[in-house]
Design a protein around this ligand. Structure first.
Ligand code: HEC
Ligand code: HEC
Length: 334
């Protein structure tokens, strides 16, 4: 018995050392610097390019949804062209808080002094201008060269806003996660030079998985690391409702499953109309305000693509549920 207790004690001490070691190295490594190539992308002053960039930033790629500044939330929700001085709200996860960046042209607080190629590298390779890893909120690695150029060109036209976004606040767990689980992510394959907007399934896939990233919210992800764990577009618990941590916001299953696919019984008109209606569920996080401005080519392409993904049998709705059902919902049993 005595030796047993002794062994137990030593195992306990070793475990403690291991856990401490992980946290301490996390603390040291979380701000690690990475290298990645600088894409050959240069901002353009062509008005058509800038106009396309504006459509992406405010509408289809909904940058505004995360990059408005505190106080402008109503305008952003309504799809208005509010400023992009960042810090909208803290993105809270068990490891701490992230704040979006000021992406106005201010040289001190915004991106005015960051070269085009460094911005392009951040989008495409997930490496910030200072070499640290960009937290994976923006999955735009596979944007076409043309769309990336358009976005940066438009950002250059934004008036400077002198607003300092709060620094990210990471606790030890957050630092360990950043050090060990979050790596800069590059593109899958070679990103296209251009993607011509049309109503093809291919363009729909580009919108759903890259530009508008419907995939990012409508696929179940690990709440700590953001890693994809659910089946593509089959929905599931997304995050606690802002201001009410007892409730969970749940995204619907967008796959064409006859029984559980949320839009399986919708016709195209219903789908098109839904995108003109804005927010209907007040707790939602879907950027309906931006998506109100999607044009009919975009909505058609998205509709077509959603009908080609593998159907997944998974019950997700209703959109707001008690958090204690989290596990059941995650497993698709609720
Ligand atoms: C889902 C929310 C979200 C969306 C949508 C989003 N961003 Fe971000 N963005 C963030 C967060 C959060 C950070 C800070 C991440 C960090 O600190 O690692 C950030 C950082 C950035 C940076 C900072 C890079 C640097 O200098 O450190 C730029 C530039 C940027 N975003 C531009 C954009 C553009 C342009 C779009 C749309 C095409 C966009 N973002 C869409 C949340 C978002
Ligand atoms: C930031 C997360 C987020 C993104 C991005 C997002 N959604 Fe959603 N979506 C949600 C949430 C949460 C709900 C449930 C609440 C609601 O209906 O607004 C939802 C609901 C829906 C619904 C059901 C609406 C209804 O009234 O029944 C459809 C359809 C939908 N999303 C399609 C899409 C498509 C298509 C895209 C990409 C163009 C997309 N979503 C992008 C989070 C998101």
């Amino acid at each position: 018995m005595k030796t047993f207790l002794k062994i137990l004690k030593w195992i306990g001490i070793l475990l403690l050392i291991a856990v401490l070691g992980i946290f301490i190295s996390g603390y040291v490594l979380y701000n690690k610097k990475y290298t990645a190539p600088y894409p050959d992308i240069r901002a353009s002053t062509d008005s058509a390019v800038i106009a396309h960039g504006k459509h992406l930033v405010y509408y289809s790629a909904h940058c505004v949804d995360c990059h408005f500044k505190p106080g402008d939330s109503l305008g952003a929700v309504n799809g208005e062209e509010v400023g992009l001085a960042g810090g909208a709200f803290p993105f809270v996860f068990p490891g701490g808080k992230f704040y979006s960046a000021n992406i106005s042209s201010d040289p001190e607080f915004g991106i005015g002094n960051i070269p085009d190629s460094a911005l392009a590298r951040a989008f495409r390779y997930g490496v910030k201008p200072d070499g640290s890893v960009l937290a994976p909120f923006m999955e735009m690695q596979n944007l076409s060269d043309e769309d990336l150029t358009a976005i940066i060109s438009f950002l250059r036209t934004l008036p400077p806003v002198k607003y300092k976004v709060p620094d990210n606040e990471l606790n030890l767990l957050g630092k360990a996660i950043m050090a060990f689980f979050i790596r800069p992510e590059g593109p899958k394959g070679t990103p296209p030079k251009e993607m011509k907007p049309d109503t093809t399934v291919a363009y729909g896939e580009y919108l759903v998985t890259v530009v508008s990233n419907c995939k990012g919210c409508h696929t179940y992800r690990n709440p700590n690391t953001g890693a994809y764990e659910g089946e593509l577009l089959a929905g599931g618990p997304f995050e606690p409702v802002h201001g009410d941590p007892t409730k969970m916001i749940v995204t619907p299953n967008l796959t064409p499953d006859p029984e559980t696919g949320h839009i399986y019984h919708w016709d195209y008109n219903q789908f098109r109309t839904r995108f003109t209606q804005g927010v209907l569920v007040k707790e939602t996080v879907m950027p309906w305000g931006s998506f109100k401005h999607l044009d009919s080519i975009e909505v058609k392409a998205i509709w077509k693509y959603l009908h080609t993904v593998p159907p997944v049998h998974k019950v997700c709705s209703p959109p707001v549920q008690d958090i204690k059902d989290w596990d059941k919902v995650a497993k698709g049993e609720s």
